[in-house]
Design a protein around this ligand. Structure first.
Ligand code: GRF
Length: 177
């Protein structure tokens, strides 16, 4: 799994005993790394500043994942775009979870943008990753209501509760293929 933040989706997969064999992050301080360590899963940090460019960083990260026998890469709150050389190493085997009903509201500010747009409905989407921003084929999607008085925090929490069911379900199916 690739993570940059809290790691609640990582935790959902760990709690369901899915075979998480490696967790990598671009951020050394990510809470998600602590969750992985607590579960005894190998972790590594690949900071952009330590490499000449993004492709070099992604190649090092792909090497590390491959060495650990990774067959499916799950992005859970990973906040960097992956370069084509990385995606080529795991064809049709990189998935992401996103807090909107894609293709609506891609990008890093989906929650704030949905609130600003005044949508009545949001959702969670699990999709295959391609070279675009949250643009690959949708694998699973579930609607979540936006309620009067919602803040970014309350809406995001409601969406995350759905993500924590949807992502493990899709990962389980992909692991079985
Ligand atoms: C999730 O809402 C996910 O959809 C988005 O980033 C958030 C990650 O949360 N891409 P966490 O780190 O799994 O708690």
């Amino acid at each position: 799994m690739l993570v940059s933040g809290e790691g609640t989706n990582l935790q959902a997969l760990l709690d369901e005993a899915l075979p998480v064999v490696a967790v990598a992050s671009n951020k050394p301080g990510a809470r998600a790394l602590e969750r992985a360590r607590a579960a005894g899963v190998p972790t590594a940090v690949f900071e952009l500043a330590d490499y000449p460019d993004r492709a070099a960083r992604d190649t090092a990260m792909a090497d590390w994942l491959e060495e650990r026998g990774v067959r499916l890469v799950v992005l859970a709150g990973y906040m960097h775009l992956l370069t084509p050389p990385f995606l080529a190493r795991f064809p049709d085997a990189v998935v992401n979870v996103h807090p909107s009903l894609l293709p609506a509201f891609p990008g890093a500010h989906a929650i704030e943008e949905q609130l600003a747009a005044g949508v009545a409905e949001s959702g969670a989407t699990v999709h295959l990753v391609d070279e675009g921003i949250d643009s690959g084929p949708v694998l699973a999607q579930e609607r979540v209501p936006v309620l009067p008085g919602d803040t970014a925090e309350t809406l995001h929490e409601r969406i995350k509760a759905v993500e924590h069911r949807l992502l493990p379900k899709v990962v389980r199916e992909l692991c079985a293929r």
